[in-house]
Design a protein around this ligand. Structure first.
Ligand SMILES: O=C(CO)[C@H](O)[C@H](O)COP(=O)(O)O
Length: 317
C-alpha cells in the first residue's frame, strides 16, 4: 500500500512543484496561494451535497491548509532532525517544507516512515536519512504525520496506509509529534468514523490465531487486509508482514467510565500489543511528548485539522 500510495503522492507533489507552478509562485508566499478553499463551503452546507469531484477537491484543500499551518507553527529554522510520516496528507507537509527553500531546509535532515515518504523527501530535494542512523541518545526535533482518526484525547488510529510500525518508531523517536489531517478525521471516539477497524501488523503464520483472539475480545469481523486491486492475496507491509483490520465498538476515552462491551483506548492497546504474533498496532496512545519529556511518546502534542469552511482547527495536548 505504501508503495502504491507513493506513486499517487509523488504525482500530486510533482504537479505542484512543477517549474510552471514554482514560477507562478515566485512573488507570492507559497502558503497564501492555498489559503482559500477551492469551493466556497459554508457551515450550513453538507459535504454530501457536493459532487464527488468537488468533495475530493475540498478534502485535498483542507489537508493542504492544515499541513501549511502545522509546518509554519512547528518547524523552527533551528531544527535539524525531522520525521516525515506517510499518506496523502504528508504530501502537503513536504510541499510546505520544500516551499521554505534551501536557506531554511539545507541544514535539516528528514527521516521517512516508509518507501512513500522516502521518495517524497528525495523528490523535494531534501536531505534524507534513515531512522536507524539516528544515535539512540538523540531525538528528532519534531515529526509530522497523518492519521485515520483522532479522538478527544488525541489518541490516534493510524495504519490505513499499512506503514504503522515505522510510523510509531519515528513518532516515538521525536520530542514532539504533530498530527496533520482533514476534517473527516476529527472524532469524539476512535472507531466512530474510521469503521474499517484498527490496523494491526502481524506475522503471517500467526494471523489465524490472532484473528481468533481478536474475535474473543469482541472485535466484529476482523479481517486480513487484501492486497487488491494491486496484488492478489494479503497486503504485504514494508516489513514483509500482514495487516489485520479489527473493528471494535467505538473506544471509550481513558478519562471516561468503562462500560460493558466497550474498551477504553489504553486498555485495548495494552492487551493487543501482548498477543503473540502481533508486531505493532495502529493505536497511538499513552503519553504525548510534553508528558514523556525526551522521546518515547506515541500521542501528538498537537493535531491540525483542515476544515471544510477553509479554517484550520488546532487541538493541543
Ligand atoms: O497511518 C497512515 C499510513 O499508515 C496515514 O497517516 C493515515 O492512513 C492517513 O492517511 P491520509 O493522509 O492519506 O488520509
Amino acid at each position: 500500500m505504501c508503495a502504491s500510495l507513493h506513486r499517487t503522492a509523488r504525482s500530486i507533489f510533482t504537479h505542484f512543484l512543477s517549474p510552471r507552478h514554482r514560477y507562478s509562485c515566485s512573488s507570492t508566499p507559497f502558503h497564501l496561494i492555498y489559503s482559500k478553499p477551492i469551493i466556497q463551503f459554508t457551515k450550513k452546507m453538507s459535504i454530501s451535497a457536493l459532487s464527488a469531484t468537488e468533495a475530493a477537491k475540498l478534502i485535498e484543500t483542507s489537508k493542504r491548509l492544515a499541513a501549511f499551518q502545522a509546518v509554519k507553527d512547528y518547524l523552527l529554522p533551528i531544527y535539524t532532525h525531522i520525521g516525515i510520516g506517510s499518506g496523502s496528507t504528508v504530501v502537503y507537509v513536504v510541499e510546505a517544507i520544500a516551499a521554505l527553500g534551501p536557506s531554511v531546509t539545507s541544514g535539516m535532515t528528514f527521516y521517512p516512515t516508509g518507501a512513500q515518504s522516502e521518495e517524497l523527501i528525495e523528490a523535494a530535494g531534501l536531505n534524507l536519512q534513515y531512522i536507524n542512523k539516528l544515535p539512540p541518545n538523540k531525538f528528532l526535533d519534531v515529526a509530522f504525520d497523518g492519521a485515520d482518526e483522532v479522538d478527544g484525547e488525541l489518541n490516534l488510529i493510524k495504519g490505513g496506509g499499512a506503514c504503522l510500525w515505522q510510523e510509531k518508531i519515528v513518532a516515538t523517536a521525536a520530542k514532539q509529534f504533530v498530527c496533520v489531517a482533514d476534517f473527516r478525521k476529527l472524532s469524539e471516539r476512535l472507531g466512530t468514523s474510521w469503521t474499517k477497524g484498527i490496523p494491526i501488523e502481524v506475522l503471517p503464520m500467526a494471523a489465524p490465531r490472532v484473528l481468533g483472539e481478536l474475535k474473543a475480545m469482541g472485535s466484529l469481523e476482523p479481517k486480513i487486509r487484501p492486497g487488491l486491486p494491486g496484488k492478489a492475496g494479503a497486503i504485504v507491509t514494508d516489513n514483509g508482514l500482514w495487516i489485520i483490520d479489527a473493528p471494535f465498538k467505538p473506544l471509550r476515552l481513558n478519562g471516561e467510565e468503562s462500560k460493558e462491551g466497550e474498551w477504553k483506548v489504553d486498555e485495548l492497546a495494552d492487551r493487543l500489543i501482548k498477543i503473540p504474533g502481533i508486531a505493532e498496532i495502529g493505536l497511538f496512545y499513552g503519553k504525548n511528548g510534553l508528558q514523556a519529556q525526551g522521546g518515547g511518546a506515541q500521542k501528538p502534542i498537537a493535531a491540525y485539522f483542515g476544515m471544510a469552511d477553509g479554517s484550520v482547527e488546532v487541538k493541543k495536548a
